[in-house]
Design a protein around this ligand. Structure first.
Ligand SMILES: [Zn+2]
Length: 339
């Protein structure tokens, strides 16, 4: 573990009796170029996102990134400090989800004050952002990038592809999410990265996340050396199928994330102690194992596993996986990306 020597600053946010001091680092390249941000810990229980940022900082320092970098990177290792300290998703001062607090005026909560200060002082001054998340306390997810349904220029989609995960997921945007607010009101595209979960670090997935950051630096020409690492096939989807349990149970899922399954394949089993019944868990369709509950106890209505449906599956729904062809050229508007 190395001490990080990049210049460190603090963003102070206060609201009523509460105060937070959010530390951040500036990696300033030796040559001029755009400014971007990389953040983690918006949700305090998502350690894989936080580990991506830590690993990136260590690598950037060890490999003297500043010598080759055009422009600068603002790095925020943990945004929601109170949530992180309690291992909770929400901001603990007001128990709100920070990723639903952007663009809310007048400011009525600590979370909204945090969102506002981050936006005005850091995010809106950047040309691009990478925000790192994971699946939270009990589930793990296949590494993927989330993009918005309303993405008229295909910018988020192009950036998501350049980040280089095998899977991209299109989601319905909420205007108070950081990524959606910055895109709509500040013309700043944000790549939302989801990797791993369950408060266990998946080193391989974390390294994939760090490579994704380097891919973006190369794609945006902030780095003119290095090669992007992109899987041969990337998939874009709008349809994921999550299977819930109607009762609490003891659960065992044997399949790995990313494993391909046929419809009806056995994934594991769940036992209900109240009735002493055991059920075999089966894939409802063919595709990849995308999400799985990682603990052996699951509550009522918990999502046990998720399958990404393959379009070639004989019983596929219309909005299934779509295999992509080539990555479009980088599309950020020049005026927004010149400094
Ligand atoms: Zn999150």
């Amino acid at each position: 573990m190395e001490t990080i020597n990049f210049p460190k600053k603090t963003l102070k946010v206060s609201f009523n009796e509460w105060e937070s001091k959010i530390p951040y680092y500036i990696i300033k390249g030796k040559r001029p170029g755009p400014k971007i941000f990389i953040s983690a810990g918006m949700h305090g229980a998502e350690i894989n996102g936080i580990a991506i940022v830590r690993t990136f900082l260590e690598k950037a320092q060890k490999e003297n990134l500043i010598d080759d970098l055009y422009g600068s990177i603002v790095v925020i290792p943990v945004i929601n400090i109170s949530g992180f300290n309690e291992m909770k998703r929400q901001v603990q001062e007001d128990k709100r989800d920070l990723n639903r607090a952007f663009g809310k005026y007048p400011i009525k909560s600590f979370s909204e004050a945090l969102a506002d200060k981050l936006t005005t002082q850091i995010f809106s001054k950047c040309s691009l952002g990478i925000d790192c998340h994971d699946a939270g306390a009990s589930t793990i997810l296949m590494p993927h990038v989330r993009i918005h349904k309303d993405d008229p220029e295909g910018l988020n989609r192009a950036l998501g592809r350049a980040f280089g995960t095998k899977v991209l997921i299109k989601r319905k945007a909420n205007q108070n999410m950081m990524a959606e607010h910055l895109r709509m009101k500040h013309n700043v595209p944000v790549i939302t990265v989801e990797i791993g979960g369950a408060q266990i670090i998946d080193e391989e997935a974390v390294n994939e996340g760090v490579q994704g950051i380097y891919n973006i630096l190369i794609h945006t020409k902030m780095l003119k050396t290095g090669t992007m690492v992109i899987p041969k096939k990337q998939f874009f989807l709008t349809n994921r199928i999550g299977i819930k349990t109607l009762e609490g149970g003891e659960i065992h899922i044997h399949r790995k994330l990313g494993e391909s399954v046929e419809a009806g394949d056995e994934l594991g089993w769940i036992h209900f102690p109240q009735t002493q019944k055991t059920e075999i868990l089966r894939a409802p369709t063919c595709g990849f194992v995308f999400a799985k509950w990682i603990r052996n106890q699951i509550p009522k209505n918990g999502t046990m596993y998720g399958i990404l449906e393959d379009k070639s599956c004989p019983i596929a729904k219309s909005e299934a996986l779509d295999e992509l062809d080539r990555i479009p050229e980088f599309m950020i508007r020049k005026h927004n990306f010149s400094g």
